[in-house]
Design a protein around this ligand. Structure first.
Ligand code: SAM
Length: 260
C-alpha cells in the first residue's frame, strides 16, 4: 500500500506528569507503550521513556529554560512528517500539555495539515509540588482561587498582572519564575500582598530529590536568587499553604529534603 493510502492516526499530545513514572495516567502510559515515534521534552524521565517499545523512534526535543531546544517549527514538521508515514506519533511533554506546554500551537499546526490531535492530560507541576509536601492550594475560607501563571513574557520581561496577583484569596502557582523569586516577591509586596504571605519553592517535584524551601514574601524579597542549573522549580504563594499541618507557624528560610 503506498504511504499516502495508509490510515493516519491522530497525533497524541501527552502529558508525562512532573517526572515520577507512577504519576503518569493510565491513558498516557498506554499511549507511550503504543508509540512508534516519540518526540519528548527534556523534563521527561528515563523510566517513562523506557516504557516505549524497543523499535520506537525516540527524538529529544529539548525545552529546558536557558538550554538548547529544537525550534517549535521543526517539532511541528517532524510530527507531521512522521504521522503522514502512518506512524503512531506521541508528543510527550512534562506536566500537563495544556499548561505552558504549547499544546494549542501544536494541535493547530497538525490541523492545518489535515491531521487530528488527541490531548492526554497529565499532572501539572503545581499539583505535584503541593501534594508532595502536603500543601493545599485552596482552603475553605482562606483561598478560593488558584492562578497558574508564568512571571515572564516571551522576551523574558518580568510581567505579571501584579494587581490581580495581590488578591489575598488567590494562591499563585508561578511557573518558570524561581530564579526571579526575590524580584517577584518585592513586586508582590509593592502591589499590596502581605509581606507575611507564605511562599513555597519546590524544586524537582515528584522526584526523591525534591526540595521544599518554605519562606515568606518578606524573606524571599531579600534572599539570594536561586542558583542557575538547578532542577525545575515552581513558586507557590498564598495563605492556603500555611493552612497545612506541615507548615510551621514560624516558617523561616529552610530547605526540607524530599518526601520519600
Ligand atoms: C514550560 S513549563 C511546563 C509546565 C508543565 N507543562 C506542567 O504542567 O507542569 C516548565 C516549568 O514548569 C515547572 N516544573 C515542571 N516540572 C517541575 C517539577 N518536577 N518540579 C517543579 N517545577 C516543575 C517549572 O517552573 C518549569 O520551569
Amino acid at each position: 500500500m503506498p504511504p499516502e493510502a495508509k490510515p493516519l492516526f491522530p497525533v497524541q499530545l501527552v502529558g508525562a506528569g512532573p517526572g515520577a513514572a507512577d504519576l503518569l495516567t493510565l491513558r498516557a502510559a498506554r499511549a507511550v507503550e503504543g508509540a512508534q515515534a516519540l518526540l519528548y521534552d527534556a523534563l521527561v524521565g528515563e523510566e517513562i521513556l523506557a516504557m516505549a517499545p524497543q523499535a520506537c523512534l525516540k527524538i529529544q526535543t529539548g525545552k529546558r529554560a536557558g538550554r538548547p531546544s529544537m525550534r517549535q517549527e521543526t517539532i511541528n514538521r517532524l510530527m507531521i512528517r512522521l504521522a503522514r508515514r502512518g506512524l503512531r506519533v506521541v508528543r510527550l511533554k512534562g506536566g500537563d500539555p495544556s499548561i505552558f506546554g504549547r499544546v494549542g500551537e501544536e494541535a493547530q499546526a497538525l490541523r492545518l495539515h489535515g491531521l487530528a490531535a488527541e490531548i492526554v492530560p497529565g499532572v501539572t507541576a503545581a499539583c505535584a509540588a503541593a501534594a508532595q509536601f502536603g500543601l493545599p492550594l485552596t482552603h475553605r475560607g482562606v483561598a478560593r482561587r488558584v492562578v497558574m501563571t508564568t512571571a515572564t513574557t516571551q522576551d523574558g520581561e518580568l510581567a505579571l498582572d501584579w494587581a490581580a496577583a495581590s488578591d489575598p484569596e488567590a494562591t499563585l502557582a508561578i511557573y518558570m519564575g524561581a530564579r526571579a523569586a526575590p524580584e517577584i516577591a518585592r513586586r508582590l509586596i509593592a502591589a499590596g500582598r502581605s509581606p507575611l504571605t507564605p511562599v513555597a519553592i519546590v524544586e524537582n517535584a515528584s522526584s526523591p530529590g525534591a526540595n521544599l524551601n518554605r519562606t515568606t514574601l518578606a524573606q524571599q524579597a531579600v534572599a539570594a536568587p536561586m542558583r542557575a542549573g538547578a532542577g525545575p522549580a515552581i513558586l507557590l504563594v498564598g495563605e492556603a499553604l500555611a493552612a497545612s499541618a506541615s507548615w510551621p507557624s514560624d516558617a523561616g528560610l529552610e530547605a526540607l529534603p524530599g518526601a520519600a
